[in-house]
Design a protein around this ligand. Structure first.
Ligand code: PEP
Length: 254
């Protein structure tokens, strides 16, 4: 089954309200709904509403960078799936390497799974990030790490929800470092992830699920990465903060 490429920008904790609005407006005016690529931007929560307004009428979807698993109540600082849907989000990133390894307290697989289940139940599409550290790769633990993160992250997920799930394979050593996985490394990891999705969900679900690559994707490496048979898109950090640069990456997928 042909999978539509999906390219998303994770703005992380960057840009001002004015810069975010300008970036979203420029992208909205440049990305055509005829393009064969799904495009999304994931601004900080405080800018979701203004970016949603800037994207109105465009082909670009809105995503958040995290979510909490409860629907409401005394959970200071958190946002629920329903709140993200209410503000116009289609997507949410869950399990990003910075929430797993950098921001304290680190998120573990059990928490990530609760978030995945709550987001799907709340009608959000999930971008579940997985990836090994440099140490784990050097010790040849890449596949066992991916397997553990995938199995735990997708525990109790109904295989009929495959169309609402994207997996982002993001080797931690490639995020924000300028080091990109080679096309062979990316394809090998993606093929492994797809095979495991087949066992965890169903072969049909595995064929359907988009597996993005993330980790220093730039205009000069995007086309080669996106040409790999199991690379179905990209999750882009730094290169998603400038309209012309992000557009070049999107166009590499056309
Ligand atoms: C990311 O944040 O998911 C990411 C891949 O960042 P960068 O493209 O900057 O490496």
């Amino acid at each position: 089954m042909a999978r539509k490429l999906f390219i998303a920008a994770n703005w992380k904790m960057n840009l001002s309200a004015q810069q975010g609005t300008a970036l979203a407006s420029e992208l909205a005016g440049s990305v055509s709904s005829d393009w064969s690529v799904e495009v999304a931007v994931c601004p900080p929560n405080v800018y979701l509403s203004i970016v949603h307004t800037a994207l109105e009428g465009s082909a670009i979807r809105l995503g958040a960078q995290n979510v909490y698993y409860e629907s409401n109540g005394a959970f200071t600082g958190q946002v629920s799936p329903a709140m993200l849907v209410d503000i116009g989000c289609d997507y949410v990133i869950i399990g990003h390497s910075e929430t797993r390894h950098t921001i304290e307290p680190h998120e573990g697989d059990a928490l990530i799974n609760r978030k995945v289940l709550a987001a799907l139940a709340g009608n959000l599409k999930v971008i579940l990030c997985i990836g090994e550290t440099l140490d784990q790769r050097e010790q040849e633990h890449t596949e066992s790490v991916l397997n553990a993160q995938l199995s735990a992250g997708l525990a109790n997920v109904d295989s009929n929800l495959a169309q609402k799930i994207t997996i982002a394979y993001e080797p931690v050593w490639a995020i924000g470092t300028g080091k990109t996985a080679t096309t062979e490394q990316a394809q090998q990891a993606h093929a492994f992830v797809r095979a495991r999705l087949g066992e965890l969900l169903s072969p049909a679900a595995a064929e359907r699920i988009c597996i993005q690559y993330g980790g220093s994707v730039k205009p000069n490496n995007a086309a080669e990465l996106l040409a790999q048979p199991d690379v179905d898109g990209a999750l882009v950090g730094g290169a998603g903060l400038k309209a012309d640069v992000f557009l070049e990456i999107i166009k590499a997928g056309l």
